[in-house]
Design a protein around this ligand. Structure first.
Ligand code: 5GP
Length: 122
């Protein structure tokens, strides 16, 4: 799938659509999800144009990949999420119901997040 530069996260990166920013550096932008599914629900996105985890991991430079994951760790640290713990999730493609085609990590925290996946699926 080719990258659509008009996807909603690309527009947030360009400042065309506002976001509730939690963290930003040269590699990543983190902001609060508009429809949170936990008391803390953040999205961390790379600044480059990558559709998915698959795309990012294959095509991004080693520096961009390291910078992105270090940024995600800084988000969790700055928001004090280590104490209670948190979950990172990256929906990739149709079966995972990826809705926004700009690679992103979800960070969930702020309560007991329960088991990792619905037991009915396994
Ligand atoms: P996906 O299903 O692609 O992994 O998750 C996309 C996420 O983006 C969803 O959790 C959705 O609530 C969030 N989202 C969609 N549009 C916006 C927006 O305009 N602003 C913010 N902050 N989050 C959004």
């Amino acid at each position: 799938m080719s990258y659509d530069s008009n996807n909603i996260f690309a527009r947030i990166l360009r400042g065309e659509i506002p976001c509730n920013k939690a963290y930003e550096d040269q590699y990543a932008l983190a902001f609060h999800d508009i429809a949170p599914q936990a008391p803390v629900h953040l999205l961390v996105i790379p600044k480059g144009e990558y559709v998915s985890f698959d795309d990012f991991s294959r095509l991004a430079s080693a520096e961009a990949i390291a910078g992105f994951y270090r940024a995600a760790q800084k988000v969790a640290e700055q928001l004090g999420l280590q104490a209670g713990g948190y979950r990172i999730l990256a929906n990739t493609g149709a079966d995972a119901h990826q809705e926004v085609m700009h690679y992103h990590l979800h960070i969930f925290a702020g309560c007991d997040l329960g088991s990792m996946i619905k037991k009915s699926l396994v």
